[in-house]
Design a protein around this ligand. Structure first.
Ligand code: ADP
Ligand code: MG
Length: 247
């Protein structure tokens, strides 16, 4: 078994009396899509925040590429190559597609802000941003204002911003959210290919997408992982069917 790229070991997080993460252990291995599913309020976003550095766990550790990053913030983890996308869009709506991608790149590399305006015009960061746009199919929309993109294109741009990091792992919070059938199919194709560049921890409600993409699925209920397995194992799991699939 290869060393996991990203792992949570026994992480626990309470908000008052509520245990939003209850002794969660899971890992993300090279080349895989590991989906995390669970009902609303199960603790998926809380788990992501702890993996990516937005929230410190009360107990337990987070390891990334063999380093204990539990006490590191999001920027430090991003510089190590941990890229995330958000459930709610975090794009600058009044700026262009290429500006968003380049600024993501600037933030990720820790480039001093005084050279931002230069980076937006030319140079390696701009090149990297253009490559990321091409990767998600937005190369013809570089000059478009984000506000004028379709919802599906915005979700693709979020993936492009994450790609500018040249990540070693992705953490994605509901990339299919709000997408129609066509948008979901496009995003599914994109993620299918991306996993070979960097593994993806995928929190997603769209079960068609999860079943099409996931190598492994973990099921989170009330802050606990109640099962981890392949698509077939999870589909057949009685507790999962009862708790989540609505049997
Ligand atoms: P999910 O993403 O699976 O829908 P969340 O991680 O957002 O679940 O939330 C898990 C639980 O923790 C919910 O009951 C939610 O209300 C609670 N919670 C999340 N963040 C906070 C917070 N900052 N303060 C208090 N309660 C929170
Ligand atoms: Mg959530």
């Amino acid at each position: 078994m290869p060393e996991p790229i990203l792992s949570a070991r026994g992480i626990t997080k309470s908000f008052g009396a509520l245990k939003a993460s209850d002794d969660i252990t899971l890992d993300l291995r090279a080349g895989e899509i590991h989906a995390v599913i669970g009902p609303n309020g199960a603790g998926k976003s809380t788990l992501i925040a702890q993996l990516c550095g937005g929230l410190a766990p009360d107990a337990g550790t987070v390891q990334f590429l063999g380093h204990d990053v539990t006490r590191e913030g999001t920027a430090a983890r991003a510089r190590r190559g941990l890229a995330r996308t958000f459930q709610i869009s975090a794009l600058a709506m009044e700026h262009s597609v290429i500006q968003n991608a380049t600024l993501g790149c600037v933030g990720a590399t820790g480039t001093p802000w005084r050279i931002v305006s230069r980076a937006l015009r030319r140079g390696p960061l701009r090149d990297r941003a253009e490559q990321a746009l091409a990767r998600v199919g937005l190369q013809d929309h570089a000059a478009t204002r984000v506000a004028d993109l379709s919802h599906g294109q915005r979700r693709q741009l979020e993936v492009a911003v994450a790609l500018t990091l040249q990540p070693k792992a992705f953490v994605m919070d509901e990339p299919m959210a709000g997408l129609g059938a066509e948008g979901s199919a496009q995003m599914t194709r994109l993620l299918h290919d991306l996993r070979h560049e960097a593994p993806i921890l995928l929190v997603e409600h769209d079960m068609d997408a999860v079943f099409a993409l996931a190598d492994r699925i973990s099921v989170l209920v009330y802050g606990q992982v109640i099962a981890t397995g392949t698509v077939d194992e999870i589909r057949a799991h009685p507790e999962v069917r009862a708790a989540y699939l609505g049997d």
